[in-house]
Write a protein that binds this ligand. Structure first.
Ligand SMILES: *[C@@H]1O[C@H](CO)[C@@H](O)[C@H](O)[C@H]1NC(C)=O
Length: 255
């Protein structure tokens, strides 16, 4: 009898303890409790976007807008991008048996790979507002996107190796002249192809459209040694390149 009541008492105490532990683990309580937890929460959201665990988000979570703004305008964003470029340089030292037959190729994205859309997103909550395609295209038409210096250096190094450069973008064909003007204005020139989305490509998801462009290159005898993009849809799917590299971008997700 006595043993039973002791056991009951222990059980009761245990359930009280478990209850309070569970309450502590409620993520909302954690977030409200201090701003450091919010920072952890938003940084883990960002990292999980980068490694493609979080997909197809429409907007940056409202509570993380400030965190994403800080990151995208930080020295860390630049350092992370420069590190990606350094890894490509390292790869290029021994990756590829370049044939100098005009069939070695490298693919770049345009937005947030060669050009920065940060000035646009600065006015649109760093991805915290749902993308408005017409206002984004109006901004692209102005040809005022700044170049990303780290990628420009790499672009020139790859070009100087005699590798053909193909730009494959989900921008629409109607933006061609504005895009070319913008690229030349910030220092890019000498690419072999600039592929934009025509009307016939608009029924496809961007990833499929980009695969189709690579298929076309491979069918024309090109060896694609690498791709540099800021979106997973630029580097996933077949045919692929020998290696792919991703730049950070936590403001939007294009599938
Ligand atoms: C999208 O942007 C355009 C042009 O800036 C504006 O006229 C329109 O109202 C916007 N649409 C929405 C849904 O916000």
């Amino acid at each position: 009898m006595a043993t039973n009541s002791v056991a009951l008492l222990i059980l009761a105490l245990l359930s009280i303890c478990i209850g309070s532990v569970l309450a502590d683990w409620n993520i909302l309580n954690q977030i409200k409790s201090n701003s450091n937890s919010l920072k952890n929460y938003c940084e883990s959201w960002r990292i999980n976007v980068e490694v493609n665990n979080i997909r197809e988000f429409d907007v940056v979570p409202q509570e993380c807008i400030n965190h994403i703004k800080k990151y995208m305008t930080s020295a860390q964003y630049i350092a992370d991008s420069e590190r990606s470029i350094e890894e490509i340089r390292l790869y290029l030292t021994s990756c590829c048996s370049l044939q100098a037959d005009g069939k070695d190729a490298w693919i770049f994205d345009v937005d947030d790979t060669l050009l920065s859309t940060i000035p646009y997103y600065k006015k649109h909550a760093f991805g915290g507002e749902k993308v408005n395609a017409s206002s984004l295209e109006a901004w692209m038409k102005s040809s005022k996107a700044p170049g990303l210096e780290h990628t420009l250096s790499l672009f020139n190094e790859i070009k100087n190796k005699g590798v053909k450069i193909f730009l494959v973008s989900s921008r629409r064909e109607t933006l061609r002249s504005n895009t070319v003007d913008n690229l030349i204005d910030v220092g890019y020139h000498g690419w072999t192809g600039l592929q934009l989305r025509g009307l016939e490509d608009e029924h496809m998801k961007v990833q499929q459209y980009k695969c189709e462009q690579r298929k076309r290159l491979v069918n024309n005898g090109y060896r694609i040694w690498g791709i540099l993009g800021d979106q997973w849809s630029s580097i996933q799917g077949l045919p692929t390149a020998k290696r792919t590299f991703k730049l950070p971008n936590s403001m939007y997700y294009i599938s």
